[in-house]
Design a protein around this ligand. Structure first.
Ligand code: ADP
Ligand code: MG
Length: 273
């Protein structure tokens, strides 16, 4: 009898699951210019629920601008962005939302964002940084918000530092508080903009490890711009390479990283390796 087929690897199992998963984020024809100079050019991207996409590309290629557009922190000139089937930022009559409505909508649809600079409230403790927005933006009671904050700080390994102010935490710890804060409202999509590039090298791994666990254990949908190629190879399902505001390549992470099919991505990967 022929040998039984080899058990699918984790990566194959993930790919099979993602093929059946609903769309979490859909971008069609997204274009944006600053003062007549294009920075995003006709981008098309679909991210499935539970998928981890690494966004690679040289400095200035448009990674931050793309992530900011998805969260409506930036406006754009043409194209559509749908999160979970909803067109974020527009009222049913097609008019742009007010900033206040947009903040509520962002909270409701669950787009979370993590920035390169951790942006913690300097005068609030770690637990207050996580609990505060739950109360102010999401209307949680103080007690529920605090309980959730403590649980999430434990999740990122900071239970013992819950009452510390940001200035008494290392950069890696501050970024982990920022991750807990981004996770607090239960986002459907988490956008991470170079989450480790402001960190001293010895603090990078503790943050990448937390992100890796969110991908593997929590099945979170994530779009991560990063220069950490090894991390992208280990954690990302798909790699998207931006160059000059265009997506020059998109494919299975290992395939793109090991055998880039476009000269721009090959050049970028050679420089970064
Ligand atoms: P990346 O994150 O890949 O480094 P960015 O999205 O920050 O790239 O920038 C893409 C391009 O848009 C760059 O050329 C940058 O100079 C330009 N840019 C970004 N923000 C602004 C702005 N507020 N005004 C004018 N140009 C900008
Ligand atoms: Mg950037």
């Amino acid at each position: 009898a022929p040998p039984p087929p080899a058990a699918p690897t984790d990566r194959e199992a993930r790919a099979a699951r993602l093929a059946e998963a609903p769309v979490a984020l859909r971008i069609n024809g997204l274009s944006k210019a600053y003062g007549g100079r294009p920075v995003l050019q006709d981008l098309n991207l679909v991210v499935k629920a539970g998928e981890v996409v690494a966004l690679l590309g040289p400095s200035g290629s448009g990674k931050s601008t793309l992530l900011r557009c998805i969260n409506h922190l930036d406006s754009w000139d043409a194209g559509r962005i749908h999160v979970g089937g909803h067109r974020l930022g527009y009222r049913p009559d097609g008019q742009l939302m007010s900033p206040a409505d947009l903040a509520r909508e962002r909270a409701r649809l669950g787009v979370g964002m993590l920035f390169q600079q951790f942006n913690l409230f300097a005068h609030l403790t770690a637990r207050e940084n996580v609990a505060g927005p739950l109360r102010w933006v999401h209307g949680w009671s103080a007690e529920d918000a605090d309980r959730r904050a403590l649980a999430l700080l434990a999740r990122v390994g900071l239970a013992a530092r819950a009452d510390a102010l940001p200035r008494h935490l290392s950069g890696g710890q501050q970024q982990r508080v920022a991750i807990a804060r981004a996770l607090a409202p239960g986002p459907s999509v988490l956008l991470l903009d170079e989450p480790t590039s402001a960190l001293d090298p010895e603090l990078v791994n503790e943050v990448l490890e937390v992100i890796r666990r969110l991908a593997v254990e929590d099945g979170l949908t994530m779009l991560i711009s990063t220069h950490q190629l090894r991390f992208a190879a280990e954690v990302a399902d798909r790699v998207v390479v931006l160059a000059g505001g265009r997506i020059v390549e998109s494919g299975p992470a290992l395939q793109v990283l090991q055998q880039p099919g476009h000269p721009e991505s090959a050049r970028f990967l050679r420089v970064m390796a």
